[in-house]
Design a protein around this ligand. Structure first.
Ligand code: XIL
Length: 369
């Protein structure tokens, strides 16, 4: 029989036990607590705590929440004279109960508008809508919501202003007006401009010009929200870093508000792709329907690690990093831009198990200790 050193046996057993329990008790929100908030986006079911396992994961890992859909105007303001706050009340109560940072998403956005809003055709009616909408919602949650996306996605890719129903009826003044109305309703709440592709040089220049204009016209703007719907290679770390530096040089906070990293092919990247081609059900566009290969799992982990390393380098400028969803199975990227695919963009998989990406984000902090 081989001799087992009883001392070594005890030490290794203790070490093994303590490593496992450390792994199980460590959480993103705890290890990053001195750096920035770690948030997630909640679905209606999650706000209502319908799945106990998901609920305990949310409470363990995250200290900031955004409603993925239910605070968009089609839900909060379905008819001209009718607001519906049933779910947003539950969302805010959830955040308060769990002592989380509560972010409001979103007040003025061209998408997910109630049909009646899309029909507004003149400036008087649009002005009245903006005043009523922003004042009612922001006042209702005054002192309870910590920050708002006042305007979402007002820019085109080339940095010019999007021809939204707001721009068409009111001209560019709608932007500063929105920020002024929000400030009036809750002078203390942080006000953000939120958009995607904000690392892209042309769009970034447009966003910087827009933020400067809002400030010059007397609007209060506290931060920029970069959505962070990224992929394995782009945007480059250099462009992300330049963006953090340039936005914070405006004297505002930088938040990453909807972070996820797609691992699937993008129809717009297919050079020469026929735009009329049907991508749904096309196996080439859905390469990992059962399982993500290890090589890609590793790439995703490395990409998340390098992004969070950069975030840590600039933690003094970053207020919050929010993932767009709790786990892969729930991600909007399973259905966008092509319906019915299997994507793997978040740190937790479809069974709520943490992935290598999660470990790589957590280990950045452990390694520092
Ligand atoms: C998405 C939601 O995740 C989906 O469930 C919904 O069908 C469409 O909107 N930019 C935003 C978010 O600001 O509100 C969007 O959320 C994703 C892109």
């Amino acid at each position: 029989m081989r001799f087992i050193n009883p001392y070594l046996f005890v030490v290794t057993t203790l070490l093994a036990v303590s490593c496992t329990s450390q792994k199980e008790t460590a959480s993103l929100k705890d290890v990053y607590k001195n750096d920035f908030y770690i948030g997630t986006a909640l679905s209606a079911d999650q706000i209502e705590g319908k799945d106990a396992k998901v609920d305990s994961l949310i409470k363990k890992e995250f200290n900031a929440i955004t409603a993925e859909n239910i605070m968009k105007s089609m839900y909060t303001h379905p008819q001209k004279d009718k607001y519906d706050f049933a779910l947003s009340d539950k969302f805010v109560a959830y955040g308060e109960k769990n002592k989380m940072f509560i972010h409001g998403h979103t007040l003025i956005w061209h998408s997910q508008l109630a049909p009646w809003m899309e029909k507004i055709a003149d400036s008087t009616e649009m002005k009245a809508f903006m005043k009523d909408h922003i004042t009612t919602i922001v006042s209702k949650y005054k002192g309870r919501i910590d920050s708002w996306d006042v305007v979402n996605e007002a820019l085109n890719e080339d940095g010019t202003l999007r021809q939204s129903v707001f721009l068409k009826t009111l001209g560019e003044k709608y932007l500063v007006d929105a920020f002024k109305l929000a400030e009036k309703a809750d002078p203390k709440v942080d006000l953000y401009y939120n958009d995607y592709n904000l690392e892209d040089p042309a769009k970034r220049a447009g966003a910087i010009a827009l933020i400067k204009k809002i400030k010059a016209a007397g609007g209060k703007i506290d931060g920029v929200g970069s959505q962070g719907h990224w992929n394995l290679n782009s945007p480059s770390l250099e462009e992300i870093e330049k963006s953090i530096l340039e936005y914070s040089a405006l004297g505002i906070k930088v938040a990453f508000t909807e972070l996820d990293i797609t691992v699937l092919p993008n129809p717009w990247d297919l050079k020469g792709a026929d735009v009329n081609q049907k991508f749904e059900g096309n196996a080439q566009m859905n390469p990992y329907p059962e399982k993500l290969p290890d090589s890609i799992q590793n790439k995703l982990a490395e990409r998340y690690a390098s992004i969070f390393k950069l975030f840590l380098k600039h933690k003094d400028k970053i207020s919050r990093v929010t993932f767009w969803g709790v786990y892969d199975g729930q991600s909007w990227l399973n259905d966008w831009p092509i319906k019915g695919r299997t994507n793997y963009p978040l740190p937790f998989d479809a069974n709520l198990k943490h992935k290598k990406a999660y470990d790589s984000i957590l280990n950045l902090k452990k390694a520092k200790k």
